[in-house]
Structure formats: structure tokens, C-alpha cells
Design a protein. Structure first.
Length: 543
């Protein structure tokens, strides 16, 4: 399925940024060139947080598994452009499944790991998905059983596949199935003239608190991955560590694609502690480590190997002022939800460079690199924050609706710029970063819907959800509750109630604030800014 307009395809092809190779095609090329090179390795502690022992595959071994699984998907009846969901953490099995689905001409939709059963059900229903690949468990959550229950409610879901060790009845265990069918399975010959322009994935935007499907073709993913790949100067055969789930622009665009472009070794990691990540990076002599920007200073102190490049991802909060001179090469990666990202070399300087406007090429130190993104900022009106507009070869075309129509989402203006709705913070040198959702950000209206969830707790008569800025996470969700006369709500009971109601994990507050009344604006709306200020004052008093 191709959703990109023909004139856009021609423009990007003429610029030589877009080519004809798919993501799974990049892997096949690396397998042909370096069959005995180690391609992907599970985290050594894999069995602590999911089913199955750690695996390590060479390019030749992985290529065989990808081909077999692609053939299996076709053999059971999944056809080109069918959508298949993937709900799995960072494992070799998940990477193999992703590349195999692409090789079979399927559209893979990696689902955020924090989603519960009802979120997965809603997403697959919206996409008209025909299949779901689910891990048996993630830490204490039984994701395999949740997938089985999703299938029971969604009749259009024809196939549910299981990864891991303890696969519940009703799921097709991919491991034994492939072992039994052996070499008789081969990938289909798709014979697509414009294979790289076909939709590869559907990821999920979280601008605000609502989820919006976002499509990307193989070429759009490769263009996105070129940004950190070129900026870091990633060498052939690089050792790459990715602790981000492969379910969005950060994990896929800054993790999976740079690895494919380098033909190196992908070391998969599930984040539990910074000490484990630094020990993992030193143990494998990592060349490239992706990690949250606010943790980069601590990581810089911990790492023994000085040749490692740290890619600091600022995907939620705007960068904080740096106060240290790094020992390692640093690249700041500014991620605008699922729409665009900008990689800027910080090098040995403590200063985080602002995001430039206009055309952005990579590497930023040269003047002959390809233009991978163009940024424009709309003019603020009536005190509203400035908003980000983007266009270029990495920018997605549109959302998704079952049947191939465009879903509601960010609109494109006459010049081809995608209006992301993301607020930006301006500085003299460009953009200080992409802001957290504020009072005027699209999706913030969903806070009112969360108010209703909190207020449904029987012990309260009024409630409000609000965001508090956080230097590490960017923003934390809080709840303000007003007790019914004569009652004394218990915080633990409130959280237990939300869990019983299967509230989306993203909508469960970090903390609860008990009040006698909610502050209101003149128009009657909840004054969420005052609530946030109250929490910040309390934190300062405690400190």
C-alpha cells in the first residue's frame, strides 16, 4: 500500500535520499556481505523479565529465520498489506518478527508496551488488523493471556501468535511451528516495483494523551535513521545498544534503522537500572548507546569505554542546561513525537545546541550532507505557544483508517508542511526543544476525560488530572481529588480501583493530591496550572 503522493515520491527520489531497498532488504544485503557476523543479541538478563533464554544470531542464521517466518505468514493466509500488531519487548524474537512481517509485505504495528488489553483491542480494531504477535509476559504482566482475550473479543483478528516460553492455549507458538516446518518455508516473491514506498509500519502518536495511528514507508524510516547514523558517523559493523522499545520513532528510527544501515550488531536491552545499562555497554564494547537525555550525565560518568558515543534522546522534555564537560562524544536527539527528529552533535562541549529552523542536513558539521528535514514554526497568536511544522523525506504522510483512507490527524498545509500541533520553545539560535503538552496543546482536552475516570471513584465528589513538569520524564500525571462529605479516601484504595477498572497505564497518576475544592478559572474550567504550581511548591518545601 502506497500512501505517499506521486509528486512527493519523485521529489525525494530526485534528491537521492529515497532509494529502492526496504528495511528487510537492508538486512538481506548485510547477510550477503557478512553472513558470519553477529547480527542481534538478547540482553543477558532476558529471562528475568520475559519468557525464553537469551539468543544470539549471526546474519546468516537470522536471515534464515526471517525468510522462514515470512513464508509461514504467507502460508497461513496473511496477504500483502494486512496489518499485524506486535506487542513485545526488546528481544531477538521481536526483531525477527518485525523484519519477517515486512518481507511478507505485511504492515506491522508495534504497540506501546504500557498499553493494556483494552488499548490493544481498540488499536487493532481501528486498524482492521488480521493478526497479533504477542510476547508471553513482560515482567509481571501476562501479555500472552491478554492477547488471547483480545482475540476473543475481536472477530476480525484471524491469527494470534505467541513468542516466549509459556504460550497460553489459543495462541500459535511461533518457535515450535517454525522448527517443525523447517526449510520448506520460503518468503514470497512480492515483485513490487516500488517496494520501498509501501507502508512498512503504523506507529502511535501520543501528542497530548490521545493515540493517533501514523504510517511510515520503508523509505521514510530509512531517511529518519540516516539522521543519527550520519551525525554519529556510525562505522561498519558497529556495536549498537538499544534500551528503547521498538515501537516508535525513537526505538525504530534511532535504534533499529541505524543498526541496519551499519550492518553491525544489535544488542537489545530492557531498562531496569542505569548500572545495568552501563555494564552492558562496557561488556559489549558498545560504539553507540541510545538513552534518555536526562540520564546522559550519569551515564557519561559510569562508562569505562571512552570510544562509546552516547545518543541523548530528548523525546519528552526539553533539554536541561548542561553543567558538565563530557568524557564521551554526545549526540543530542530531539524527537517530536512520531513526526520528526533532529540529531545534533554536542561532541565534547557541555552546551546543548538548539534545534535550527529551515532545512536540516546531516552531518551537521558539513555542508554537503543530504537535507533530511525542514522545520518551520508558526506565529504565536493571543499568547498561544509556537507550534512545530515539518516536511521532508522522514516525515509521515498521514494517519490511517481501515480500508486505506486517511484518518483524522495533523493536517498538511499548501506548502507540504505537516502541522504537528507540538509546542516549541524558542531561543535566539533556533528552538530550545519541543515542549510538553500545555494548556493549548491538542489532546490536552483529554485531561477532562481523565477527570471523569478519577471522579468515578465512589469516595470522591470531584477530581482533576493535571501535568507537572519533571526534569527526567518531562511531565508527570497527577490527580487532585475532593472527598465526599463524611468520607476519607485512601490513596491505596484509589490506585486499586483504577487497576480494577483496567485504566490505561498512561492515565494512572504518579501521585494523588487531596483538596477541599478544585481551583477554577473564571470560565469555570479547572485551573490545572495552579494545581501544578502547588505540587512544585510542596516539592521545594520538602527539599
Amino acid at each position: 500500500m502506497i500512501t505517499t503522493p506521486a509528486e512527493t515520491i519523485e521529489r525525494h527520489r530526485m534528491s537521492t535520499i529515497w532509494g529502492r531497498v526496504t528495511l528487510d532488504g537492508l538486512f538481506r544485503k548485510a547477510a550477503e556481505a557478512h553472513p558470519d557476523r553477529l547480527a542481534m543479541v538478547d540482553a543477558p538478563d532476558r529471562s528475568d523479565w520475559t519468557g525464553g533464554a537469551p539468543r544470539a544470531l549471526t546474519y546468516a542464521q537470522a536471515e534464515t529465520e526471517i525468510d522462514r517466518l515470512a513464508g509461514f505468514f504467507t502460508a497461513v493466509g496473511l496477504a500483502t498489506d494486512h496489518v499485524v500488531g506486535l506487542h513485545a519487548p526488546n528481544t531477538v524474537d521481536a526483531v525477527i518478527s518485525t523484519l519477517a512481517a515486512m518481507r511478507a509485505g505485511l504492515i506491522i504495528s508495534p504497540l506501546p508496551l504500557h498499553w493494556r488489553q483494552k488499548d490493544v483491542l481498540d488499536a487493532l480494531n481501528r486498524l482492521g488488523a488480521k493478526g497479533l504477535i504477542a510476547q508471553d509476559r513482560l515482567e509481571t504482566r501476562q501479555t500472552g493471556f491478554a492477547a488471547r482475550d483480545v482475540a476473543a473479543e475481536l472477530f476480525s483478528l484471524r491469527f494470534v501468535f505467541g513468542l516466549g516460553k509459556d504460550i497460553p492455549d489459543g495462541l500459535i507458538d511461533l518457535g515450535p511451528m517454525l522448527a517443525e516446518m523447517g526449510d520448506g518455508l520460503v518468503a514470497p516473491d512480492l515483485n513490487r516495483a516500488q517496494a520501498a514506498e509501501h507502508t512498512a509500519t503504523i506507529t502511535w502518536s501520543r501528542n497530548g494523551l490521545a493515540a493517533t495511528p501514523v504510517t511510515r514507508s520503508h523509505n521514510q524510516w530509512i531517511a529518519a535513521g540516516f539522521m543519527p547514523y550520519l551525525e554519529t558517523g556510525l562505522a561498519d559493523g558497529a556495536q549498537v545498544i538499544v534500551p528503547y522499545a521498538l515501537s516508535g520513532l525513537t526505538g525504530l528510527g534511532a535504534g533499529l534503522v541505524p543498526w541496519l544501515l551499519s550492518g553491525g550488531t544489535l544488542h537489545l536491552h530492557h531498562p531496569t537500572a542505569l548500572a545495568r545499562l552501563s555494564a552492558h555497554a562496557d561488556a559489549v564494547k558498545a560504539d553507540y548507546v541510545l538513552l534518555p537525555g536526562p540520564l546522559v550525565e550519569a551515564m557519561d560518568r559510569r562508562l569505562a569505554r571512552k570510544e562509546t558515543t552516547l545518543v541523548a534522546c530528548w523525546s519528552i522534555s526539553s533539554p536541561q542546561a548542561a553543567t558538565f564537560v563530557p568524557r564521551h562524544t554526545l549526540v543530542d536527539l530531539h524527537v517530536a513525537d512520531e513526526y520528526a527528529m533532529v540529531a545534533r552533535l554536542r561532541g565534547k562541549s557541555a552546551r546543548i545546541l538548539p534545534v535550527p529552523t529551515g532545512k536540516i542536513s546531516s552531518p551537521s558539521q558539513g555542508d554537503s550532507g543530504p537535507d533530511l528535514l525542514e522545520i518551520k514554526v508558526d506565529d504565536p497568536e493571543d499568547g498561544r505557544p509556537a507550534r512545530l511544522l515539518v516536511r521532508g523525506p522522514m516525515v509521515p504522510d498521514r494517519g490511517w483508517k481501515s480500508g486505506g483512507g486517511a484518518d483524522e490527524g495533523p493536517a498538511t498545509d499548501r506548502a507540504g508542511f505537516l502541522r504537528t500541533g507540538i509546542s516549541v520553545r524558542l531561543t535566539d539560535g533556533g528552538l530550545a526543544g519541543f515542549g510538553i503538552p500545555g494548556e493549548h496543546a491538542p489532546g490536552i482536552g483529554e485531561l477532562a476525560a481523565i477527570d471523569g475516570i478519577y471522579a468515578s471513584y465512589p469516595e470522591v465528589c470531584d477530581a482533576a488530572a493535571f501535568l507537572v513538569e519533571d526534569p527526567t520524564l518531562g511531565a508527570r500525571l497527577y490527580a487532585a481529588l475532593v472527598a465526599k462529605p463524611g468520607s476519607a479516601p485512601d490513596g491505596k484504595a484509589f490506585f486499586a480501583y483504577l487497576d480494577t477498572e483496567r485504566v490505561d497505564l498512561a492515565k494512572i497518576p504518579t501521585r494523588v493530591l487531596m483538596l477541599s475544592a478544585l481551583p477554577k478559572l473564571d470560565d469555570g474550567r479547572v485551573d490545572r496550572a495552579r494545581l501544578a504550581m502547588r505540587v512544585q511548591r510542596l516539592a521545594q518545601q520538602v527539599a
